[in-house]
Structures are given as structure tokens and as C-alpha cells.
Design a protein around this ligand. Structure first.
Ligand SMILES: [Zn+2]
Ligand SMILES: [Zn+2]
Length: 331
């Protein structure tokens, strides 16, 4: 599947990638759409549009050259391609590598990857679950939730119910939290209640939604806020809504800047601001343990389609009218 720019995409045939030393050829079984693909999808810049997209996937090793993997191994894709040598890479925290590159290209039948971009996965877990556990949906959500030590049974606020907010809500609900969410899309509001365990979902277009959040949090605002939308207005509101001495975890991306007034938003409220970026192979192992203990993420998927229907689904996905969408490139 290739993006054509300006909100269009197509399925086309390209050459099967070649294998080189230290590389692995993966047959992609499940590949999921990610909200971060929207930028390239709607772009008119050839640089941004070029190449096969997709960075959340699970599949089977069908060939390898001098790696620790074997043909038939089940794997998930780890898109952070760090140098492998620096302080952070040695700890498996590739996302902090100063010469980091991102791999993509999972919306295809095959992908060739260096060994460090592939993580072994248990064979008894279905690919459609693995793509969630080892992809951004649960991975990024897990790392965001992990920023707070004790969350059990608290009332928390999730700002934005897109793919990441959906994962964060599901995890927080699993941990026994009462989860309040703000989300402008009616489809997603409904989905968050039915499938992610949200206690209450508010429409930020409603002028009283902030009052409603205060009413639900003893009049002083939530102690913990997870900002998953990346929307500048929502990011400011997260800092405004959090209670004094509370914590805001930012995981929604914003490259355009934000007008924070430190005295108002942070100092006088003694707010703790945290970031959470991607996740590590170690996080994936901990997520597998949560899954074994009963974390159910299957309801986060609203659509599973063969590759030829992917362009139509991408359209629907970018309009906020789906949950998580999975492509089966082999069908
Ligand atoms: Zn992503
Ligand atoms: Zn590095």
C-alpha cells in the first residue's frame, strides 16, 4: 500500500525486498494503521509521501542471514532503528538514540529489517493481538501509564480518544481506574464507552465539558492526566484541568509549539509534567505478562481487512470513524 499524497492511497506491486547480512525477511501477517501516518497521508510533499508506510506489525520470519532468529519465528516490528552502540541503545532504549532513524513499510506483504528492529514473540498469541501488544496502541499506552507509580482505582482523565487514547483508556480501565475521556469524534466517544471501558466521555465542543470534569473530580480536577491528542489547545487544557500537585503525562505529539505560562500552568500549581515516548522491547515483555494475566485488547480493533481494501479503510480511519484498523497483507 502506497500513499499518493493529498489523502489518497493505492495498492501496487513492488519488488520483494532483498536480504542482506544481519537482516531478516518478515512475512507480514497483521499490520495496523497508526494516527501518525495521517501527516504523510494528507501531505502534498513527495518526500513525506514516498515509501511504503506502516510501522505496527506482526509476522513470521521467512528468511534471515546470520541473525539470532530462525525461519518460522513469530515476531513484532520495533521501528526505532538506533545506532546500537550508544548509552541508550545498549539499554534497549532505542527511542533516545541521538542518531535514531525510523523504519516503516509494514503495509506490505514482506519487509526486510535489521535484527535490532525485530522482537521475538510467543507463538500462541494470534498475530492480530500481537500487532496491538507490540505496536503503538498498547506499547505507547503502556509506557505512558508506566510513568505513574500507583494508579490503581484512581479517577484519571485521558485527553483525546484516538488510537493512543483508546489504548491508554483500556489499560487504565484494566488497572481499575475510573477513566474520564475527552474526544470530539462522536464515533470514538461511543467506541470508548462500549469497547475501552471509559466511565464517561465528554465532547470538548460542549461548552460545559470542563465543569463536568471538575464535578467528577471533587471540584479540584483530576490528579493524573494523560494527554494523548497532541492538539495544542487540548495540551493547555490538560495543564489547566489537572489539580494542584497533580501530574500530566504527555504522549500526543506536537511539533508546532505551545504557549505555556510556567507560573500559571506549572509553578503555582506544583504540577509534574512528564513525557512518554514510544516503548522498549522490555516494555513489550511486560505487556505480554499483562496479557497473560487477562488484559483484553481485542475489542480495540474495529476493522480487519485484506490489503486491497486498505485504501478505502485508510480514508475512513483518517476521518475518525474507526477503532484500530488491521490489514491482512497475505489476503
Ligand atoms: Zn505509530
Ligand atoms: Zn544509539
Amino acid at each position: 500500500m502506497r500513499f499518493l499524497g493529498n489523502g489518497r492511497s493505492e495498492v501496487t506491486e513492488i519488488e520483494k525486498p532483498n536480504l542482506q547480512e544481519g537482516m531478516i525477511l518478515v512475512q507480514v501477517m497483521s499490520s495496523a494503521f497508526c494516527g501518525s501516518e495521517n501527516k504523510a497521508y494528507f501531505s502534498d510533499s513527495i518526500n513525506l509521501v514516498a515509501g511504503v508506510k506502516g510501522h505496527e506489525a506482526a509476522g513470521i520470519v521467512i528468511d534471515e542471514q546470520n541473525t539470532q532468529f530462525h525461519i518460522g519465528d513469530h515476531v513484532v516490528i520495533q521501528i526505532m532503528d538506533g545506532c546500537g552502540q550508544c548509552y541508550f541503545c545498549k539499554k534497549g532504549l532505542y527511542q533516545f538514540c541521538s542518531s535514531l532513524k525510523y523504519k516503516s513499510g509494514t503495509h506490505a506483504q514482506y519487509i526486510v529489517l535489521p535484527e535490532k528492529c525485530v522482537v521475538a514473540a510467543p507463538k500462541d498469541i494470534p498475530f492480530d493481538i500481537l500487532v496491538l501488544l507490540g505496536g503503538d496502541t498498547v506499547g505507547v499506552a503502556y509506557r505512558a501509564v508506566k510513568q505513574i507509580d500507583v494508579l490503581e482505582r484512581k479517577t484519571v482523565f485521558v485527553s483525546g480518544g484516538g488510537p493512543i487514547g483508546l489504548g491508554v483508556t483500556t489499560l487504565l480501565h484494566y488497572l481499575g481506574c475510573t477513566v474520564l475521556v475527552s474526544e470530539p469524534s462522536a464515533y470514538r466517544r461511543d467506541y470508548l464507552i462500549k469497547h475501552a471501558g471509559a466511565a464517561k466521555v465528554l465532547d470538548p465542543k460542549n461548552e460545559y465539558w470542563k465543569e463536568q470534569i471538575l464535578d467528577l473530580t471533587e471540584g479540584i480536577g483530576p490528579e493524573f492526566v494523560f494527554e494523548c491528542s497532541g492538539n495544542p489547545e487540548a495540551q493547555i487544557q490538560a495543564l489547566e484541568l489537572v489539580r494542584c500537585q497533580g501530574t500530566v503525562v504527555f504522549c500526543g505529539e506536537n511539533y508546532n509549539g505551545l504557549s505555556i505560562i510556567p507560573s500559571v500552568h506549572i509553578i503555582h500549581k506544583e504540577v509534574t509534567v512528564k513525557g512518554a515516548f514510544y516503548f522498549s522491547p522490555e516494555d513489550f515483555l511486560q505487556i505480554i505478562q499483562l496479557y497473560r494475566k487477562g488484559l483484553d485488547v481485542s475489542s480495540l480493533v474495529s476493522h480487519i481487512v485484506p490489503l486491497d481494501q486498505a485504501p478505502r479503510m485508510m480514508e475512513q480511519f483518517t476521518q475518525g470513524r474507526t477503532g484500530k484498523v488491521i490489514i491482512h497483507p497475505q489476503e
